[in-house]
Design a protein around this ligand. Structure first.
Ligand code: SF4
Length: 439
């Protein structure tokens, strides 16, 4: 049995010692609502993005009755409700608690677990890491000290296919087959029994808190620990064999379409799902929101894919919406210089679909971040991937993809920079198409 060390109180920093963080993180949660220009915002942590069909219904109802009628999917596969009225917090909390979406008031913001969403459904992957995610969540909720983790601290569980391993986890578990797993933390790695993996991930988080307390810099994430401080896996009781930290596996996210005999994958246009589109995912055993702002639907009839397409979900890799994301922008965010969501949809992406004959468009998703469309290559050459593109209303670039992507940054009402090149809004379609296809 592995046990995590509880954190000790932080010492007073030495004079001159750099303080990385001088306050707690301000991440919104289900109980800590954020004030935005379009109302209050609640972020619901969904370990591995998982929702039961009842929870899908509850979330859709909450969006309609308390919010602006939609949910946003975050780059960690969590869900956000926007446009909430002042004073709705208690009602929202009661609704979520009844549906099992708020199992702990003290730990609700630390349940940041991303796991390969198609694990156990499509025959790929060495282990069903969805089961790890449930076990790790249970361990987190049972450890009182774990509530001290930052709302930004991230656990990543990859089933060996490499779709999520590169998403910047503080603690990353990778299934390697043969009943074994690798635990990666801060550039160090150990190999251990797969059955110990969830406990070891929790122990590593405890070791991080101990190191952060010792450093006294208020670090929220492993990479913020100052030089000389690290996560000592041996000292926190992880019974693993240290190995030279191998490169993390890298593979594509699940493509929109049929995943297996009873599973589908779809994307949400610009990461938003109206209540109607959310309900369109049912009937299903469960829905897993993904870091690519989509949903894997488990326990469903793959023949329903055309219905989901008709409901406005992205069901094909060559959809003009695939790979296009945007931050909240105006009017929801006061910092935004433009209505980036309006400018992102759908012109610039639609051009990609018209570049070649439909049968020349490949079916593989992009290799980085968001599943990306493919455009036809020269005769005799494979189709080339189209980069994901992200529209941002300001330099913070909230929610941008990992890996390579095309950066579309608002610089004024009618002006942008596309990968740094000043571009008037009216020229965006051509500029974005060129940037996504020529790098
Ligand atoms: S990138 Fe800027 S404009 Fe967009 S949501 Fe973040 S802070 Fe707001």
């Amino acid at each position: 049995m592995l046990a995590a060390m509880p954190p000790t109180p932080p010492p007073v920093p030495e004079p001159g010692e750099p303080r990385v963080r001088d306050r707690g993180d301000a991440c919104p949660g289900a109980l800590r609502l954020h004030s935005a220009d379009d109302g209050r915002l609640a972020r619901l942590r969904l370990p591995a993005g998982r929702l039961t069909s009842h929870q899908v219904e509850v979330l859709a109802d909450a969006a309609e009755t308390l919010g602006d009628g939609s949910i946003s999917i975050t780059s960690r596969g969590n869900a956000e409700l926007r446009g909430l009225a002042d004073g709705c917090g208690a009602g929202l909390a009661a609704l979520l608690a009844e549906a099992g979406l708020l199992p702990s008031r003290t730990h609700e913001r630390v349940r940041n677990i991303v796991a390969s969403p198609a694990s156990g459904l499509d025959g790929l992957g060495a282990t069903d890491v969805q089961l790890w995610a449930r076990e790790l969540d249970s361990h987190l909720l049972s450890a009182p000290w774990a509530s001290a983790l930052s709302g930004r601290f991230l656990f990543v569980l990859d089933d060996g296919r490499g779709d999520v391993a590169g998403l910047g986890g503080d603690v990353t578990l990778v299934a390697v087959g043969g009943g074994e797993a690798e635990l990666h933390v801060g550039g160090r790695a150990v190999r251990l029994a797969a059955s110990d993996a969830p406990s070891a991930a929790l122990a590593a988080a405890g070791a991080f808190l101990a190191a952060a307390a010792e450093a006294g810099t208020g670090a929220w994430r492993v990479r913020e620990l100052p030089p000389g401080y690290g996560v000592d896996l041996a000292e926190c009781g992880v019974a693993g064999e240290p190995v030279p930290a191998p490169a993390l596996p890298h593979g594509p996210p699940p493509a929109p379409g049929v995943l297996g005999p009873a599973a589908l994958s779809v994307l949400a246009p610009l990461g938003r799902l109206t209540a109607a589109r959310l309900r369109a995912l049912l009937p299903a055993d469960e829905v897993r929101l993904t870091p690519w702002r989509g949903a894997v639907v488990a326990g469903t009839d793959p023949g329903r894919l055309p219905l989901l397409d008709a409901a406005g979900l992205i069901s094909r890799p060559d959809s003009p919406w695939a790979g296009v994301t945007a931050c909240t922008g105006r009017p929801g965010c006061a910092k935004s210089l433009a209505d980036v969501r309006a400018d992102a949809a759908p012109g610039p992406a639609a051009r990609l679909e018209t570049e070649g004959a439909p049968d020349a468009v490949g079916e593989l998703p992009g290799e980085q971040g968001v599943p990306a469309a493919r455009r036809p290559g020269p005769p005799g050459h494979p189709a080339r991937p189209v980069l994901p593109v992200h529209f941002s209303g300001c330099e913070r670039r909230c929610g941008h993809p990992h890996g390579a992507w095309t950066d579309v940054l608002a610089t004024g009402d009618d002006s942008y920079r596309v990968d740094g090149v000043p571009t008037p809004r009216t020229a965006l379609p051509d500029a974005v198409t060129k940037a996504r296809t020529t790098r």
